[in-house]
Ligand binder design. Structure first.
Ligand code: ZN
Length: 267
């Protein structure tokens, strides 16, 4: 009983409670639109591996986290659905969750993919195409194609994973455009979403991404995505390694609005 109450509490917190901090910053109409609109939890993983490093979640913890999402009634969506849902073009399920992975590590294929398939969950992986089929420890084009047949969406994480804000404009443009083109050539479908390497971005980089043809870009700005979000500064909740992953997992998804209140603002 206590467990069920905790689950209900956590889920309640996930999908509510983000209105308060916006009251000062938005007009009445905007607040109403945000309050009525979808709240999308976007999880950000890197490695799923029993390695005890800062970016890795161990395999059993990842399984437990995915089971928690399923048991909680969360429905996984794609970036396209997130985009269309925020624009009011489609109706999203009541508890939409976007599961994302950055970098394209081989363990995503070996360890995360079987678990996602087991639970029937969809996910999105942001790939560094210069590393694909080249760098040890990263996935191959064949593996990416196989995953795309089973609910995984592949998007761009730039060509070589540089710190974009340190690059001149022509190199920013080349990183964003060449990764898009290379992924499109190898996978045979449009690539329209980006995750900024290391999560860092600015309005100038966002403008170039938009100009090149991306429809949206994900950051590591802590928060929930809703109609107050900027399509080129989409919030995510990072799930990094922790010794007590489930406790931290619950806290991260339940209390993210506290982080927003401490200074993370939208737009
Ligand atoms: Zn990265």
């Amino acid at each position: 009983m206590k467990k069920i109450f905790c689950l209900a509490l956590i889920i309640g917190l996930i999908f509510s409670g983000v209105k308060v901090y916006k009251l000062q910053a938005q007009s009445a109409e905007e607040i109403a639109a945000i309050a009525e609109g979808p709240k999308i939890l976007v999880l950000n993983y890197h490695q799923i591996e029993n390695k005890n490093t800062s970016l890795s979640v161990d395999v059993n913890s990842f399984d437990t986290q995915m089971k928690f999402l399923v048991d909680s009634g969360c429905i996984t969506i794609t970036p396209d659905e997130l985009y269309a849902g925020l624009r009011g073009e489609i109706e999203l399920p009541p508890k939409p969750v976007l599961i994302t992975f950055d970098d394209g590590y081989l363990d995503n294929y070996r360890n995360a993919f079987p678990i996602l398939k087991k639970y029937g969950l969809r996910a999105t992986i942001f790939i560094i195409p210069a590393f694909t089929s080249v760098q040890p420890g990263y996935m191959t084009w064949e593996q990416l194609k196989e995953m795309e047949q089973s609910g995984i969406t592949i998007e761009s994480h730039t060509l070589t994973h540089p710190k974009l804000e340190e690059l001149p404009d022509d190199e920013i443009r080349s990183e964003l455009l060449n990764s898009k083109t290379l992924l499109e050539q190898n996978l045979g479908h449009p690539i329209e979403f980006l995750a900024y390497p290391t999560g860092t971005y600015n309005l100038h980089i966002a403008g170039i991404a938009q100009d090149i043809g991306y429809k949206g870009a994900f950051t590591i700005k802590y928060g929930v995505v809703d109609r107050g979000s900027n399509f080129f500064a989409l919030e995510r909740v990072p799930i990094f390694h922790t010794p007590t992953t489930m406790k931290d997992f619950y806290e991260r998804i339940a209390w993210k609005q506290s982080f927003e209140e401490f200074g993370w603002i939208k737009k």
